[in-house]
Design a protein around this ligand. Structure first.
Ligand SMILES: C[S@@+](CC[C@H](N)C(=O)[O-])C[C@H]1O[C@@H](n2cnc3c(N)ncnc32)[C@H](O)[C@@H]1O
Length: 214
């Protein structure tokens, strides 16, 4: 697919959130950290949005550099990943913009950087969109080392479920992880994001004490 740049594309598609802002629910990143280690170096979240992924990484004790093209009140704003000259971290973890081939461009750019840093790349992607004839050759040439298939995850435009315009579960999210010097086939693993959902029960009001007749 052609290499897109932000200069050459129109962003305000009526069917997409502006600048493709679909924040990642925290359980997706928690699930990734339960199976992959990034603690041997810094992590770059190059499309950080409002910090949905970066905050979970930082909470886990990782050293995180967060940047985004758009200012969403988190990280360094006005930073175009596709025009970045050098890496801002050993590893790269993000949920990239998807529209019009941008996810492909993010993967390519991330792999270029981690070839130099020796780090891993983890991208949250929609599996359906990866299984496309135009992508086949490139993915076959530079396959991820592992694809983690998430059991359930929904990312909404601007984080607002009611604005989705589609039913939850329409997309099937996977974490694609590229390792330095991986040349073999891709391993497929199942990963339950639901077990990392914040399901703490609401504090229950105390049951009123029944009066017991004497
Ligand atoms: C799908 S959202 C995900 C945000 C965040 N990574 C998360 O997981 O919550 C994609 C983000 O990519 C940003 N973005 C789009 N094009 C970009 C570019 N060329 N460089 C850096 N960030 C970009 C958007 O502003 C948006 O915040």
């Amino acid at each position: 697919m052609d290499q897109p740049t932000n200069k050459t594309r129109r962003w305000r598609s009526p069917n997409r959130a502006a600048w493709d802002f679909y924040p990642t629910p925290p359980e997706a990143t928690k699930a990734l950290l339960s199976v992959e280690d990034f603690s041997d170096g810094s992590v770059w979240e190059p499309a950080c949005g409002d910090g949905a992924i970066a905050k979970v990484l930082a909470d886990a004790g990782l050293v995180v550099n967060a940047t985004d093209l758009i200012n969403r009140g988190y990280g360094l704003a006005g930073f175009d990943f596709l025009n970045a000259a050098s890496a801002s971290g050993k590893h790269i973890i993000t949920n990239p913009p998807y529209g019009r081939g941008l996810a492909d461009a993010f993967v390519r750019q991330a792999l270029t950087f981690t070839r130099a840093t020796g780090g891993k790349v983890a991208m949250l992607l929609d599996l359906r969109s990866r299984c496309h004839p135009l992508r086949h050759e490139r993915w076959a040439k530079t396959p991820p080392a592992v694809v983690y298939a998430l059991d359930e995850l929904s990312c909404y435009p601007n984080g607002v479920a009611t604005k989705a315009g589609y039913k939850p579960g329409r997309q099937r999210f996977v974490w694609c992880v590229w390792m330095p010097d991986h040349h073999g086939p891709t391993q497929l693993r199942w990963l339950a994001a639901t077990q990392f959902k914040d399901t703490a029960p609401a504090v229950k009001a105390e049951e009123p004490q029944r009066e017991v007749a004497a």
